[in-house]
Design a protein around this ligand. Sequence first.
Ligand code: PEP
Ligand code: MG
Length: 892
Amino acid sequence: MSQWVYSFGGGKAEGASGMRDLLGGKGANLAEMANLGLPVPPGFTITTEVCTFFYDHGKSYPPDLAAAVEAALVEVGRLTGRSFGDEQNPLLVSVRSGARASMPGMMDTVLNLGLNDVTVLALAKSAGDERFAYDSYRRFIQMYSNVVLGIEHHHFEDILEHYKETKGFILDTDLAAEDWKKIIVDYKAKVEHALGKPFPQDPKEQLWGAIGAVFGSWMTARAISYRRLHDIPASWGTAVNVQAMVFGNMGETSATGVAFTRSPSTGAKELYGEFLINAQGEDVVAGIRTPQNITEAARINAVSDKPSMEVLLPEVFAEFMRTTNLLEKHYRDMQDMEFTVERGKLWMLQTRTGKRTGKAALRIAVEMANEGLITRDEAVSRVDPSSLDQLLHPMIDPEAALTVVAKGLPASPGAACGEIVFNSDEAEQMKTAGRKAILVRIETSPEDINGMHAAEGILTTRGGMTSHAAVVARGMGKPCVSGAGTLRIDYEKGTMTASGKVFKKGDMLTIDGGTGQVIQGAVQMQQPELSGEFGTLMQWADSVRRMGVRANAETPADARAARKFGAEGIGLSRTEHMFFAPERVVAVREMILADDEAGRRAALAKLLPMQRSDFAELFEIMAGLPVTIRLLDPPLHEFLPKTDAEIAEVAADLGISPDKLTRRANELHEFNPMLGFRGCRLAIAFPEIAEMQARAIFEGALEAQKRTGELTKPEIMVPLIATKAEFDIVKASIDKMAEAVRQETGQSVPYIVGTMIELPRACLRAGEIAETAEFFSFGTNDLTQTALGISRDDAGSFLGAYTAKGILPADPFVTIDQEGVGELVKIGIERGRKTRPDIKLGICGEHGGDPASIAFCEKVGLTYVSCSPFRVPIARLAAAQATLRLKAEGLA
Ligand code: PEP
Ligand code: MG
């Protein structure tokens, strides 16, 4: 028989932090804190298995669950000296969801459960504070009605606002017990009107209602959408945590707050947190009142005139600091905690590993390793490679003139600019239309997840650093400015007013999530300098990683960026990118339009010096490192003009008739250009193109040698090989050119010739291709499109449906399809190695910069991965993590 319920409290627990699959993150850590002897209000966790049972059995519970909950409630009552439902001495509880991974899309919290028209009197008596009791009761009705009964929050807000207006009250604190009593009457009437039955008075009914709502929230559209974005399987289920209430709203020595053991934004080793005196948990997150700092240092830094917890409640503060230190040491990671102070007594309500920005993740990992709290390998494993993206985000150019129209909190770093939108749907539409949006909201809620994902950045007028917008944006690595309180947003009119200026939907706005600035218009951006910790972590990563990391680069700027980011060479230089510059494309077009070989050679002769200096510059920048240059790959019509106007202009430039140009373009037109006249097929039909490129490569290497003193050993790569015969023909003409250059210059350039493996046939025939090919580079972009028969240019229209339906686990053009494309790669490796055991094997498709695909590359034993320059740090870290993982699994 399964154990459905796990109790905790009174210095011990049935669960532990290792049981998060069963108890959810929150439940497992509450148990762990209780085991550590920390002050945790007693309670119990209903397991995730109950959630699975619930959905497997037509939304019903295991038959023995009720008795287990009953027994656990009795135990909580024993520990607190109260009894659930008792009219004289009632036990009140909170009910919270808690999945394995934190999930903002789900039901969050119901507080003060167990209150009704009778128990509220007992609460008033035991607290000696009638106002507090009725305030708690109305909060309970409001929260329960909202999250359990599905009545929208604003109905209750309207009642409260209306009441305050008629009485001339401004703040909630102006209301006395008698006022709350009247409001409760109105609240209950609202519920009865909406549901056709009264607000439930029976605490047991309330409790089961809340438990059902938690399980129900697992399958809401919001939760499903969040799971999809974060790859969380539906089968995990959520747990339910029921816990004795402690009150942060019992007067001036009571408080509630949230804190991180280190800054989630910068990673600095200083407690970062916010709290509110005389408040309940949701007040902090809702952003209705602006919270106060916990430490004095943070208060001074924030130039806040509201006293810190350190000054207001010094003893509680001291105990809190001891607790947070203990938790960080125990978990060996930065913790994100929730706490409540009830009349001077500290209670811990939650701890979990804190979400952090990429910058903070780096700093924390490096500093914790330097402190001896974790090993260097752990530090390397802890930083999510994709989060490094944030560090490489553009920042506002410090020289730019800024029209700052407002300032909010620097909630999530990076700068972003885009057109103003006021809701998530608009943000999504904007993204679909290929435009950039800044999502401007009073506050965000879990419904906004998709819109936040679609937007470049998020701006809110309400809420602190731990508000929904701030937390979610940091997790996504999106720039966010929160709590810009001087902004006025009018959703009805679709306007935002700032510094007396009125902004409309579509107006350009820039936000700086690092400083909190809100700036009119689009602003010049700049790449950031990478911090010292970045270099340190990269060094540690490099010292464990087995695979090499190269970059796909052809322009000097890209090559320089690649070196700066630590690329160990170039794995793919797409020479066609060098052909598009305006002064070159003319010669390229002449070559394409030439009637015969002589005409083509004449045009190619014009291109030769340009290609030679391209290659010389590339070799110079990459001096000492390997450079792979790929021969021309794309279909030729890509270089020809498309519209009539362009055709007329180009024809005039070339001194030919527009008709001739149109005719040639029509001849070159293809139904499936990706499967057409491209790749090595060009070199075979027009050998003079490959000859010119080979000559430019060898002469470029010699030219660079004159400048750097170092002779590069070019790796010349033939694209789109399907047969050994194709490769051999092209290789022969390269070899011939090498010999010609040697005879002309008296110098020989060392080089190797290899091939892209990007067609299924090439994988299958890799054994014989390796007889003459000296290296392979897997072109997984083309290999994916040819293996799946999905055009890489047209996949967008239906691939979303495929991943949504789970037909494919991820976009195969982003993360390698291990079962299919991966199998072909494995076959290629195996057969290639059999022929040539020391063959150099790389990957240069987009997958070379994707951490999950990099892990696959490590497993199958590739020599190196090659990716775009900005992804090089990500690849270095991902490759190191892949090595560590294999080691841990005993496979390396
Ligand atoms: C590939 O096909 O994976 C590749 C790297 O080449 P391209 O993207 O230029 O076709
Ligand atoms: Mg390709």
